[in-house]
Design a protein around this ligand. Structure first.
Ligand SMILES: *[C@@H]1O[C@H](CO)[C@@H](O)[C@H](O)[C@H]1NC(C)=O
Ligand SMILES: [Zn+2]
Length: 273
């Protein structure tokens, strides 16, 4: 990565366990944009008695890039069958929200520096495809975290921010991968959630508007494992440990909320459509 993410999560993650996510912390501007979207969405709901339906569906392209240091699974090589399974997991998670991903292209590269995310921008300048509406997913076998991605922003085509846009994923987290408790392919679901503009459910802790989405109960910090009944903030309900935007293990992940769905459409319309 170009810069380190100094999130609370990074600081409290145990030294032994790999961090679930190293997405850069949202900027003040990105938090403010989310706050403005929340105000609009909440106002609409108060008047109309239902969630905003900005557009009916989102259908977009996904480009898969496999980077390995050699042609073995341990070195990051992924088969077409594994990418098929990963695409299915992605589409099944987003289908209830009217969001779908077309398999638009796949490539495989052997490069030991890129395989440890050693030259992010150069790698992405070589491999990135499509427009700002299209999601590029880069699988690498060596990464400090299971994944990271960038929030939508005002970027111009061809800028470095445009090239950086996308999701980088530890290859062992794919369906059937070797990452115990994190091998159902939900790392891609989580990182694409950021790509669609969602913050972590524990963003902001117990204070204020938390993750800026009204129907995700606030939580003090990220969950790990699957701590059913965990409740770290008074009022608002138990922690959203089954939410794809928490840090729970893959088998614990179940859902996005209606509010997160609305937010993904708000972000899409603002930045990517
Ligand atoms: C994946 O499938 C495509 C199309 O059939 C093929 O060209 C490519 O070589 C396959 N890749 C791998 C790694 O098997
Ligand atoms: Zn994350």
């Amino acid at each position: 990565m170009q810069f380190k993410a100094f999130t609370i999560a990074a600081l409290v993650a145990s030294a032994a366990a790999k961090q679930r996510c190293a997405a850069p912390a949202p900027t003040e501007q990105q938090i403010e944009a989310s706050r403005q979207m929340k105000i609009q969405e909440d106002n609409y709901a108060a008047v109309a008695g239902e969630s905003m339906h900005i557009q009916a569906t989102i259908n977009t392209n996904v480009y898969w890039h496999v980077i390995a240091s050699a042609r073995t699974v341990a070195a990051g090589w992924l088969s077409n069958a594994t990418l098929d399974a990963q695409l299915d997991v992605l589409n099944e998670a987003y289908a209830p929200h009217g969001i779908s991903f077309n398999d638009a292209g796949r490539d495989w590269t052997i490069n030991s520096n890129w395989a440890q995310d050693g030259a992010e921008l150069a790698m992405k300048k070589a491999l990135r495809k499509g427009t700002y509406k299209d999601v590029n997913v880069y699988f690498v076998p060596t990464l400090d975290a299971f994944g990271y991605a960038y929030l939508p922003d005002s970027v111009s085509t061809g800028s470095n921010a445009f090239y950086r846009d996308g999701c980088t994923i530890l290859s062992s987290t794919v369906p059937g991968g070797s990452e115990t408790n994190f091998n159902l392919g939900y790392t891609v679901v989580h990182e694409v959630g950021h790509w669609l503009g969602l913050l972590h459910t524990f963003e902001g802790g117990c204070s204020g508007s938390g993750d800026m989405v009204s129907d995700t109960p606030a939580e003090r910090s990220q969950a790990s494992g699957c701590p059913v009944g965990r409740d770290t903030c008074s009022g608002g309900g138990v922690d959203p440990i089954h939410n794809y935007m928490d840090y729970s293990d893959d088998p614990c992940y179940e859902e996005f909320t209606a509010g997160q769905q609305t937010r993904m459409y708000s972000q899409w319309n603002t930045y990517r459509a």
